[in-house]
Design a protein around this ligand. Structure first.
Ligand SMILES: Nc1ncnc2c1ncn2[C@@H]1O[C@H](COP(=O)(O)OP(=O)(O)O)[C@@H](O)[C@H]1O
Ligand SMILES: [Mg+2]
Length: 251
């Protein structure tokens, strides 16, 4: 049997729930409400990949300023700047252009590049130039708001996932979903993301925890080519980043 190669996620407790890691070369949607830890999880994936597996990563930030992400991640002891200097991590800043101010970053896009085809070319060129093996887009909805038509963002998502797969990048695409109401069973904003990706991981914050104090939950909704854990997994954000609490494994 041909085995799917696995990419360790860098999140303690997660790999053992998904046969050792993300399937190599695939795209995973990480979906959740605000403050559920999507940005931390995605950065942790890139930082651990760079530090522990020598896999360079490319991070696209659409909403948050790169400078603030660097600052926030220092809280977990993660020196993004040092990894950038070593060429193991690169941040492509879309946040300045998105609000129409000049970017202070080394890597950014011009306003005329804020359009599916050009953005895709820029992203893939950057990925190639740093020899990226891991990729994060933070986030799809943030990007969508900038493209006038929903058909544009759909086209962008479809093509992006296609190119990522072609290039063999193992990717996290971040989505944001409402936490309550009838939208609860939706994992994506544009209704296409969850179908084109190979995996969906949902992060939730609950005021009614299953276990005492376990307000944060991770849930693997889909992981192609993988026999994965199917239950809710308690998640903690500590001074060392995100970790999952042990669950009874019978997968
Ligand atoms: N140093 C820390 N220790 C514990 N929890 C933290 C720390 N820093 C941030 N958090 C938690 O993480 C949340 C932000 O996570 P983030 O990944 O930015 O969320 P998202 O991207 O899903 O909106 C904060 O609201 C807070 O609850
Ligand atoms: Mg975020």
């Amino acid at each position: 049997m041909l085995m799917v190669e696995r990419v360790p996620t860098g999140i303690p407790g997660l790999d053992e729930l998904i046969e050792g890691g993300f399937p190599r070369g695939r795209s995973i949607l990480v979906s959740g409400g605000c403050g559920t830890g999507k940005t931390i999880l995605a950065m942790q994936y890139l930082i651990k990949g760079a530090l522990e597996h020598n896999e360079p990563g490319l991070y696209i930030t659409v909403d948050e300023r790169a400078e603030l992400i660097r600052e926030d991640m220092l809280r977990f002891g993660w020196d993004i700047k040092a990894l950038e200097d070593e060429g193991k991590l690169a941040i492509l800043d879309l946040s300045a252009t998105k609000i129409g101010v000049p970017s202070m970053e080394q890597y950014y896009v011009e306003s005329h590049e804020f359009e599916p085809e050009k953005l895709l070319i820029k992203i893939m060129q950057m990925a190639r130039s740093i020899g990226a093996k891991r990729f994060v887009l933070d986030s799809i909805p943030a990007l969508g708001f900038h493209m006038e038509k929903e058909s544009k963002i759909r086209e962008f998502i479809l093509k992006l996932v296609y190119y990522l797969k072609q290039t063999g990048l193992t990717s996290i695409l971040i989505s944001e979903i409402p936490e309550y109401g009838k939208e609860l069973e939706r994992y994506s904003r544009f209704g296409v993301e969850e179908y084109v990706v190979d995996g969906v991981i949902v992060l939730r914050y609950t005021t009614m925890p299953l276990l005492e104090g376990a307000h944060r939950i991770l849930f693997i909704r889909k992981m192609r080519a993988t026999k994965h854990y199917e239950g809710m997994v308690p998640l903690q954000i500590t001074s060392e980043g995100i970790k999952l609490l042990p669950v009874e494994l019978n997968i």
